[in-house]
Each structure stands twice: as C-alpha cells, then as structure tokens.
Write a protein that binds this ligand. Structure first.
Ligand code: PGA
Length: 247
C-alpha cells in the first residue's frame, strides 16, 4: 500500500499571532497544484484557534506540539487531547526531543500523554531519536527501539513515527539520506515485528531544508518530513513540500 506523504511544520515557540493568516495565504498559493500529500502545521498552543480559523477551506491540518497526560483535571499548564480535538487538531507531537531533553519528559509521562491523546481520538506523531553521544557509542538502534516500546498495544492507524536525531535538530547538520534510511529501516522492521503494521508512516526530522528534502524523501522508508526552522517561512516550507512530493 502506498503511504500518503506527510509534511509537518513544527513552529516551536515562534511566530506572532499577526503572522498566521499571511503565512497560510502565502503557503496555500505556493503549494497550489501539489496533490496527494498531507500537510500539517503545529503552532504554539495559544495560536491553535487562530490557525484553525485560517485553515478553514484549505486541506491543511492542524497539529499541536504536545498533548496533556489525562482527559482533564489538575494539570496546570497542560492542554488535554479532547480540548485539542475541540479546536480541530488532527495530530499531536509526543516525545519531541525538546520535551525529552529540555523538559526532561520521561517514559512514564510520555506513555500517559500517548494514552490520553489516542483516547481523545487524536493521531500522534511520536518522536524518537538518539543523542550524538549515543550515536558515537553505537547505541542508536537500541535507544530508538527503547523509545518505540511505548507504542506497543496502541491503535496503529492513529500513529506516525518521526525519527529526529537529536544532534540534527536545529543544528544545520542533517542526517544524510543514508543515515536516515538506516534508522528508518530499523523502525519499519520494529513496527512490523512488534505492531504487525507496515502502514505506519515514518517521518524524518532534523535540519530539513529545501535542498535536502528530495534526497531524504527518495529513500524507501522515509514517508514524510517534520520541519522546524525551515517551516517558519511559507516559501521555504512550500519548497520543501514541492521537492519532497516528487518521485
Ligand atoms: P529543525 O527542527 O528542522 O529546526 O532542525 C526539527 C524539529 O525539531 O522538529
């Protein structure tokens, strides 16, 4: 089965409210004529309703950068899956390396986030990836497979995996297509073996730019891209989608 390519923008803690509508207008113009791909944008939580309004009438999907660990309750600072769903969110990122490494979100918390998001009916883009130290120690496969453990027993139709090597995020140093494909291959094998699924999309993320998108997307097990810095400009994001949607 051919997988629909997914290009997801992760804006992190960037952009002003006033930039949202112009971005969507420009992006929509620049990607007109590109069919058969899925595109999602993840702004800060506070901008989700604004982006939702701008996306009306487009086929672009709304994504959240995280999702709360329970349906409701005493979780100051969190937004639950059902609250995200209410605004029109389709995808939630869970386990992004900045959540794991900057905010020290561990296995237990991430498992709760996954459970709550999936129960709320969101699709999840679950991020995995090794640090430079782990790569140098030859531990990449082990680290990634340990992170994937949290997906056991989950509904496969709601899952997307994003491989984002920590050393490649925001550093300008992307993984080569060969490095990405090697890990994507391991992830695909793991998903097949443990979840009996060959339809889960595996995105690559980490310093994706217009000039490396096509090379990464040409690899067998790369089904889409998760883009940070280069997605902040509509032109750059559109170029990535255009280059990455061919072939
Ligand atoms: P980057 O970020 O494209 O700026 O490296 C990717 C990500 O963190 O999702």
């Amino acid at each position: 089965m051919k997988k629909t390519r997914l290009f997801a923008a992760n804006w992190k803690m960037n952009k002003k409210a006033s930039e949202i509508a112009p971005f969507v207008r420009e992006l929509s113009q620049k990607i007109s004529g590109i069919d058969g791909v899925e595109i999602a944008v993840a702004p800060i939580m506070a901008h989700l309703p604004l982006l939702a309004a701008s996306l009306q009438g487009t086929s672009l999907r709304l994504a959240a950068q995280n999702a709360g660990p329970a349906a409701s309750g005493a979780f100051t600072g969190e937004v639950s899956g059902s609250q995200l769903k209410e605004i029109g969110v389709t995808y939630a990122l869970i386990g992004h390396s900045e959540r794991r490494h900057v905010f020290h979100e561990g296995k237990e918390l991430l498992a709760k986030r996954l459970t709550a998001a999936l129960e709320a009916g969101l699709s999840v883009i679950y991020c995995v990836g090794e640090t430079l130290q782990e790569r140098k120690a030859g531990a990449t496969r082990k680290v990634v497979e340990e992170q994937l453990e949290l997906l056991k027993g989950r509904p496969t139709e709601a899952l997307v995996v994003a491989y984002e090597p920590v050393w490649a995020i925001g550093t300008g140093e992307n993984a080569t297509p060969e490095q990405a494909e090697e890990v994507h291959g391991w992830i695909a094998e793991w998903l097949e073996r443990q979840l009996k699924s060959s339809s889960i999309r595996i995105l690559y993320g980490g310093s994706v730019k217009p000039d490396n998108a096509a090379g990464l997307m040409a690899r067998k097990n790369v089904d889409g891209l998760l883009i940070g810095g280069a997605s902040l400009e509509a032109q750059g994001f559109a170029d990535i989608i255009r280059h990455g949607s061919k072939g």
